[in-house]
Ligand binder design. Structure first.
Ligand SMILES: Cc1ncc(COP(=O)(O)O)c(C=O)c1O
Ligand SMILES: Nc1c(O)cccc1C(=O)C[C@H](N)C(=O)O
Length: 402
């Protein structure tokens, strides 16, 4: 056994989260793509079966009340809340991240007040946020200013209405400084919207602690909600009364079954709701979140423990890549500093698309991002140190043969 394989064994033996892995359906592959689609928690199929057969099949319409369908967006929002450092009553689940970016950004501009007519967006953002920011700017009469995150501070001014930022960059895995950037946006008198897709469930976010205004995120990555599971919207409690949704559907009405022709927004975060929630996906997500509560014997999973393991996994991966991969074949574009690293490692590599295909054939699943990035996501709930060592070894062997 190599020294690194022995080290992996030791690290797995003392890993306090190793017990959580049995709560996921995993076969023999090394799954390093949980930052795109999280693995299936074992409790989900049974719950979905019950929702379909009993709640829908037998209770039918009664389930809107009796099975808690109607209140699912707020209830499940409250389950996500502790994972992103939010007190209850500030998160609603529903729609896609893209739709929530739209709601949050337009609402942010509407909150910002007179004379503020610029939206600042991370120029390196996941494309959907950029597309929606452009449309939101056109609709609200704002100018869009795409800037690199490092330059955001210098761009802020008295015309800034809203700033849309990613907590973790989807391509490089860079973790941006949420507390400092939030404070800078506030100092300029503007409203900040954070996209948490690549951080929620992987590291502490501290929404309440850092005074974040609005935030959105998906649930199919580190929250393991399943393909197309609904996203969420956070609206800080003090701003809820001023949250003027650009999509005021009947589900966010103060009295939805009053069927009134005038719109009157509900109080609280449920102002962020729009239309009928996608119950099947939503309740699959609810079951997936049980993983965080523990297995009935062990205690629940803390986000602090997840972060500690995530950093240990990515550190160990970089060490193994350094040892196994022929010199000069890959270059990490993920920051080395822990304070700047999310839960993934991105390696720039010539022919990355073909390299990733070969890795997948050999049981190591990551993904490829244009133009030349091999992306490996580490979900501490089910990835172990042995997986990490194997992934780097297979990568090294594949590149050596090439
Ligand atoms: C940072 C980021 N924002 C938004 C999205 C898109 O989310 P959705 O497809 O839920 O709209 C993704 C991934 O798909 C993402 O990585
Ligand atoms: N949402 C996705 C999908 O529907 C298909 C394929 C991939 C995705 C993703 O989530 C991509 C992901 N946001 C990324 O960071 O690349």
């Amino acid at each position: 056994m190599s020294e690194l394989a022995a080290e992996a064994e030791k690290l797995d033996a003392i890993d306090e989260l190793a017990r959580v892995r049995s709560q996921f359906v995993l076969d023999g592959v090394v799954y390093l793509d949980g930052n795109s689609l999280g693995a299936l928690p074992v409790g989900v199929p049974g719950r979905v079966e019950d929702v379909v057969r009993r709640q829908w099949g037998e209770l039918r319409i009664r389930s809107w009340d009796e099975s808690g369908w109607w209140t699912a967006p707020e209830r499940i929002g409250d389950r996500i809340a502790p994972l992103v450092g939010a007190a209850a009553g500030q998160i609603v689940v529903g729609d896609s991240t893209s739709v929530n970016v739209f709601k949050a950004l337009v609402a942010a501009v509407r909150m910002a007040g007179e004379g503020r007519d610029e939206i600042v967006v991370d120029a390196t953002t996941f494309p959907t946020d950029g597309y929606i920011a452009e449309s939101a700017a056109r609709m609200t009469g704002c100018t869009l200013r795409p800037v690199a995150p490092a330059e955001v501070r210098g761009t802020l001014g008295e015309r800034t209405a809203a700033v849309l930022l990613n907590h973790v960059d989807y391509r490089t895995g860079r973790l941006h400084d949420l507390p400092a950037l939030t404070a800078a946006v506030h100092a300029a008198g503007a409203v900040v919207v954070w996209d948490l897709c690549h951080s929620a469930g992987a590291l502490p976010v501290g929404l309440d602690e850092h005074g974040v205004d609005l935030a959105v995120g998906c649930t199919y990555k580190y929250l393991n909600g399943g393909p197309g599971s609904p996203a969420y919207l956070y609206v800080r409690r003090e701003l809820q009364g001023r949250f003027d949704s650009p999509l005021p559907g009947w589900n966010s009405h103060a009295e939805p079954f009053g069927m009134r022709s005038e719109y009157e927004p509900a109080a609280g975060a449920l102002r962020g709701r729009v239309g009928t929630p996608d119950i099947l996906s939503m309740l699959a997500l609810e079951a997936a979140l049980d993983v965080w509560d523990g297995d009935g014997e062990g205690e629940g999973v803390s986000i602090g423990a997840v972060r500690a393991k995530s950093l240990a996994l990515t550190d160990f991966f970089l060490e193994c890549v350094g040892a196994y991969v022929p010199a000069g074949r890959v270059e990490s574009v993920t920051p080395v500093a822990h304070a700047e690293r999310g839960s993934q490692v991105a390696l720039r590599c010539e022919g990355a698309g073909d390299v990733m295909k070969r890795l997948i054939e050999r049981g190591v699943v990551g993904d490829f991002r244009h133009p030349d990035v091999l992306r490996f996501g580490f979900t501490p709930l089910y990835v172990g140190f042995g997986d990490v060592e194997r992934a780097a070894r297979v990568l090294g062997a594949s590149l050596e043969e090439q």
